[in-house]
Design a protein around this ligand. Structure first.
Ligand code: C2E
Ligand code: CA
Ligand code: CA
Ligand code: CA
Length: 282
């Protein structure tokens, strides 16, 4: 039994070692990723449920690694957050997303509200940069109407340093930038944050949307969030919409916007721009 236990530890050690090596490799390679132009953005449309029209996009970062191919954000953003590389990556993402949006707004002017772009900002990135100044400069540089840029933050940002964070959020809002609370419903005190912070829109996490058409309890949960948000004047986006049964159901439950594989996967800029030509995609 003793030798068996030892063998098990060795397997565990080797796995830990492999994970550590992989992490170190990501960290080293990531250092040149921005400089070498290895990052790119994919764009997923956000659809208005009553008209079926695209109102904007969410920018999602990808890393085209020269040897390993496409790496998804879940595999490098956490590392970048720990090492501080997220600051440089975040700066690139913000600039690129704004540059692309400005081009789309010019080529596809709309009578109603301007096309929007949502950018994810992780907690360390938010806390380690002068985000207000960065966003302000980006808007000016690309000549964007401030209301067309949205920042997606998560509850983890709101847990600590609440005073400083609330002040920064108010400054961003004063610029005209909209604030979205991502993965809503998955944290510990989602409802309390809505009361305490200036949030414009909540994005209902896809774990509540997935399969909701067959799970009455899950649908009630979505309905509750939507009703609560509406009573506070906060908008609602449903994430992870992947079934044809969901758009009508979500609309009836009070969600205004939706995003998910049913409409489109995150797309390269050219494909996203082509989608914009369609009158209605839902
Ligand atoms: P998120 O902000 O919740 O982004 C939504 C994720 O759900 C994306 O994964 C998207 O591809 C995926 N998704 C969209 N529709 C569906 C669907 O119908 N079904 C399913 N199963 N999944 C769907 P992705 O691109 O891998 O991004 C993962 C996370 O990485 C994001 O979660 C976000 O937290 C983070 N992230 C992405 N880009 C950036 C960035 O530029 N900066 C920062 N700080 N974080 C980012
Ligand atoms: Ca997001
Ligand atoms: Ca999300
Ligand atoms: Ca997420």
């Amino acid at each position: 039994a003793k030798s068996q236990g030892k063998a098990r530890y060795e397997v565990f050690d080797r796995r830990m070692h492999a994970a550590a090596v992989r992490r170190l490799q990501i960290e080293t390679d990531l250092r040149r990723a921005v400089a070498n132009g290895e990052l790119r953005l994919a764009y997923q449309p956000v659809v208005r449920l009553d008209t079926g029209r695209i109102v904007g996009f969410e920018a999602l970062v990808r890393w085209e690694h020269p040897e390993h191919g496409t790496i998804l954000p879940g595999d490098f953003i956490p590392v970048a957050e720990e090492t501080g590389q997220i600051v440089q990556i975040g700066r690139w993402v913000m600039d690129e997303a704004c540059r692309v949006l400005a081009g789309w707004q010019l080529s596809a002017p709309r009578g109603d509200a301007p096309l929007t772009m949502a950018v994810n900002v992780s907690a360390n990135q938010f806390l380690q940069t002068d985000i207000v100044d960065q966003v302000d400069q980006c808007l000016r540089k690309h000549g964007l109407p401030p209301g067309s840029v949205m920042l997606e933050i998560t509850e983890s940002l709101l847990i600590d340093k609440a005073e400083v964070v609330a002040e920064t959020l108010r400054a961003l809002r004063a610029l005209g930038v909209q604030l979205h609370l991502d993965d809503f419903g998955t944290g510990y005190s989602s409802l309390a944050y809505l009361e305490r912070f200036p949030i414009d829109v909540v994005k209902i996490d896809r774990s509540f949307v997935h399969g909701m058409q067959d799970e009455p309890r899950r649908a009630r949960f979505v309905a509750g969030i939507a009703a609560f948000a509406r009573s506070l004047g906060v908008g609602v986006v449903a994430e992870g919409v992947d079934s044809p049964a969901q758009p009508a159901l979500l609309r009836d439950l009070g969600c205004q916007y939706a995003q998910g594989y049913l409409f489109a996967r995150p797309l390269p800029a050219e494909d996203a721009e082509r989608l914009l030509g369609a009158d209605c995609i839902a």
